[in-house]
Ligand binder design. Sequence first.
Ligand code: GUN
Length: 292
Amino acid sequence: MTILDGKKVSNDIKDEIAEEVKQMKARGEKVPHLAAVIVGNDGASLTYVNSKVKACERVGFESTLVKMSSTASETELLKKIKELNEDPDIDGFIVQLPLPTQIDTQKVLLTVNPDKDVDGFHPMNFGKMALDMSSFIPATPYGILELLERYNVETKGKHTVVIGRSHIVGRPMSILMGRKGFPGNSTVTLTHSYTKNITQITSQADIIITALGNPEFLKAEMVKDGAVVIDVGITRVPDETRERGYRITGDVDYKNVSKKTSFITPVPGGVGPMTIAMLLKNTLLARENHRL
Ligand code: GUN
């Protein structure tokens, strides 16, 4: 069994990006600038956004954090997005999800300039992705592809089962694994809360990608010998033995499932760090596109 070490690979990618930035600086060019907008005070969201800002510092990007109150109106947020769209100094930006209920998320995502949409959530980018056109690919699915590629995990002709159809992970993942090329060329089954007899489906899978947020959902009896298991779950489970009062748990019963797998991602240290590295990669791409 090989552990797909997202922490190590993401550090390699950050080193590669930092090197690119160094060369940009040496040529006297402007370095990439990422902005992140967060609305409200959700603990997990704040942690993610702070990690994104820290990662920018690590590779030499500029970053701007825009914090808005949990009571901010949709109009106020849309105004901020339009400012970022028009600001020539900002190469790419993200609006951290989920948003408070008074704000229409679809409207927000439609307002982001697709050329600055480094999350790849705008329908223009999502559509291009589905049509094999060059676009921003959402960071978590992109990170999974990169992990599979760097560990040379065979995907061609394999049966990939994706669990969860979220717009951020499951749905794009199901499209990407079926695209032409590597990693891709897979036969994909997308499962969700209405799927009947999921064990029958997962136990036929060569590759399982779980993006549910349901701690230890995937049990050993649901996985065939030699399968590849990618765990996108990151749920905070209360744990009084930890200083911060919780531990991070994936969708996979790792202790028992890992014994059967050929490759598996740990939680933490698997897909999570890859997401941030790929956001940086998209921001670098946005800068390069703007330079043309
Ligand atoms: N919330 C959970 N994952 C993500 C992500 O990749 N981007 C944004 N903007 N919000 C998220």
